[in-house]
Write a protein that binds this ligand. Structure first.
Ligand code: 0L1
Ligand code: MG
Length: 262
């Protein structure tokens, strides 16, 4: 690690402060170019500790930047991992308040729920499918705390991968009933299709993103516990939203989930 604990704490305060006050900031590597990956995840960990200390439960994990469309959109090459607390969950068909966010965008994703613990190293698509209880449609609302979404990978890891809100719903499906590579998705805004894709856009198979997450956690001595909800990453580019927008994700064979921005 290159940063001392006082700097890690100050950066966690800065980033979480931006989230809580709906303010943006410049990317933190501008001020700390020496920052390494351990520093970036340590800042994210500090943000998680602050939320848990305020009584919020961590209710899910996420992989981000897992599709070539997203990587190209953001000019990066590697997936990143983050967490979601209970206040990020929007009920299916419910409302998402723009006044609590900076400049949100939505991403169509496949959500996994595990039935057994997943512990790396060495996790692969097979171990992930064996440990999966069901999959279902999920929309992630990302809200980078960085001005104009200008960041690099370490800055986005420190910012908990822009996690902000999510909704899951539709028809939960056993993984034996679906080929997650070829499953089709349509993201609609106000009834009009705005993005299309198939599961394979995520690292060739969405379960590969979950395997990468498990192997990443293993390097930190952690695992994915049974019963964990995990968003596997945007299948398409992220789509901007405004007040009044209704966003629906339809996934082949799994129904739909939606939210409305107010
Ligand atoms: O979920 C994700 O793909 C993370 C995205 C983080 C970068 C962004 O703000 O688009
Ligand atoms: Mg995402």
């Amino acid at each position: 690690m290159k940063l001392d604990i006082q700097t890690i704490n100050a950066l966690a305060d800065r980033l979480e402060g931006c989230q809580l006050k709906q303010q943006d900031t410049t990317k933190i590597t501008d001020d700390h170019p020496e920052m390494d990956w351990d520093d970036a995840y340590a800042i994210q960990d500090e943000i998680r500790h602050r939320k848990v200390a305020r009584g919020l439960r961590v209710i899910g994990l996420k992989a981000g930047l897992t599709s070539h469309a997203k990587m190209k959109q953001m000019g990066v090459t590697t997936p990143v991992f983050g967490f979601m607390t209970e206040d990020y969950a929007v009920p299916d068909g419910g409302e998402c308040k723009l006044s609590e966010l900076i400049h949100p965008k939505v991403e169509p994703e496949i959500a996994f729920v595990t039935k057994t613990e997943l512990r790396g190293p060495g996790c692969h698509i097979g171990t992930v499918l064996a440990a999966t209880d069901f999959v279902m449609p999920g929309i992630e609302v990302i809200d980078s705390r960085y001005r104009d979404f200008k960041f690099d990978l370490k800055s986005v890891v420190a910012d908990n991968t822009a996690a902000a809100r999510f909704v899951v719903g539709g028809q939960p499906m056993d993984v034996s009933g679906v080929d997650l590579r070829t499953v089709g998705i349509v993201l609609e805004k106000n009834g009009s299709p705005v993005a299309f894709g198939a599961g394979a856009a995520v690292l060739g198979h969405p379960a590969a993103a979950i395997a990468m997450l498990a192997n990443h956690l293993a390097e930190r001595g952690e695992c994915i516990p049974a019963g964990t909800l995990i968003l596997s990453g945007g299948i398409t580019e992220a789509v901007s939203v405004q007040a009044g927008d209704n966003v629906t994700l339809r996934v082949q064979g799994m129904g739909s989930t939606s939210m409305r921005f107010i």
